[in-house]
Design a protein around this ligand. Structure first.
Ligand SMILES: [Zn+2]
Length: 333
């Protein structure tokens, strides 16, 4: 086991940062951690005013963009295109995501999935009769989605995408916002694309999660770390009202359902979020390796992962294409 105790290296002195807070604009921060999940140097700071956390300093924007368009899936999954086991896993993730959002969908909606990956969610919504499309920066995965499922996936970054104002009924952005260099501007862009009365679903990892080992809380690919308060307030700044908040059963993920607010897009943010920084610091500080490994979380996760690997091996062997795998998963839902 790596040096667990080094992972949460909380320093309480106020330290300067090179990037102002994306939510409130403050530059008064504390260092929250100095290492990433691989025990390499990664400085994560937290805003004293509102509790948003981010990587500071961070890689150049161009390096990050190249990483996501070419290298990201290769590094984490060892492949440019999704393999059968990845599609099987993604298909089951899609089912659980669909269950979370289905109450907000009505037949024939025009939908957009931002960070569409291999296109599984877009395909699911298309098969249910929606006018579904997606955006995905990774060329291999986006290309596979178009070729395998015949879905409409635009290859590129949301930051560069230009779509018609007020043209979508329903937008999803699962596990993308934490990777964006300017998440507030991403939410503002989504707000411009959603019709009045439409829904935007934003899901991110929860910085307060204690289901994973403390060493896994921060890593280079996640530039921003949110809790419920910072995500809801960032939506409000972008002109979006939170209408519902859901947590995954292990509280590792937060899903916020936003509606377009009647007021403007760049609402001023004054007064911070009282007590939120102190609250996050307390949660992170209390979640030590000792606490974690004497809880049930690591053992439940281990057995769930083992069961998933066995299930994937059993089901994937029967099929020769991604479409066959998804059709089989979706037909039983
Ligand atoms: Zn702030």
């Amino acid at each position: 086991m790596k040096n667990q105790s080094a992972a949460i290296n909380v320093i309480s002195a106020e330290k300067p940062c090179s990037i102002p807070c994306n939510l409130c604009g403050s530059v008064i921060v504390e260092e929250l951690s100095l290492v990433d999940r691989d025990n390499r140097y990664l400085r994560t700071v937290i805003c004293r005013e509102c509790g948003l956390a981010w990587t500071d300093p961070r890689p150049e924007k161009e390096d990050m963009r190249r990483y996501y368009s070419k290298d990201y899936r290769l590094k984490y999954k060892g492949t440019f295109e999704p393999r059968m086991k990845h599609i099987d896993r993604a298909g089951h993730v899609v089912l659980s995501r669909y269950e979370r959002v289905r109450d907000y969908l009505k037949s024939g909606m025009k939908t957009l999935d931002v960070g569409a990956g291999g296109g599984e969610f877009v395909y699911r919504l298309k098969t249910l009769g929606h006018d579904a499309s997606g955006i995905e920066p990774n060329e291999g995965y986006a290309g596979y989605a178009i070729k395998e499922y015949g879905v409409n996936v635009q290859v590129g970054f949301i930051q560069d995408a230009e779509l018609d104002d007020a043209s979508f009924d329903f937008i999803t952005i699962f596990h993308v916002l934490e990777h964006a260099e300017d998440p507030l501007s991403v939410l503002q862009k989504l707000r411009s694309w959603i019709k009045p009365g439409g829904t935007i679903v934003v899901e991110v990892p929860n910085i307060e999660a204690v289901c994973q080992a403390p060493v896994h809380r921060f890593h280079l690919a996640h530039i921003y770390s949110f809790n419920e308060s910072t995500l809801v307030h960032m939506g409000r700044r972008a002109g979006l009202d939170a209408v519902e908040v859901k947590f995954s059963p292990d509280r590792g993920n937060i899903t916020v359902f936003f509606r377009r607010a009647d007021s403007g897009m760049d609402k001023p943010f004054e007064g911070g979020i009282s007590g939120n920084c102190e609250h996050v610091l307390e949660v992170v500080n209390k979640h030590t390796s000792f606490v974690h490994f004497t809880s049930s979380y690591p053992y439940v996760r281990f057995f769930n992962k083992l069961r998933r690997i066995i299930d994937e091996g059993l089901s994937v062997g029967k099929f020769t294409s991604g479409k066959q795998i998804l059709d089989d998963i979706f037909k039983s839902a």
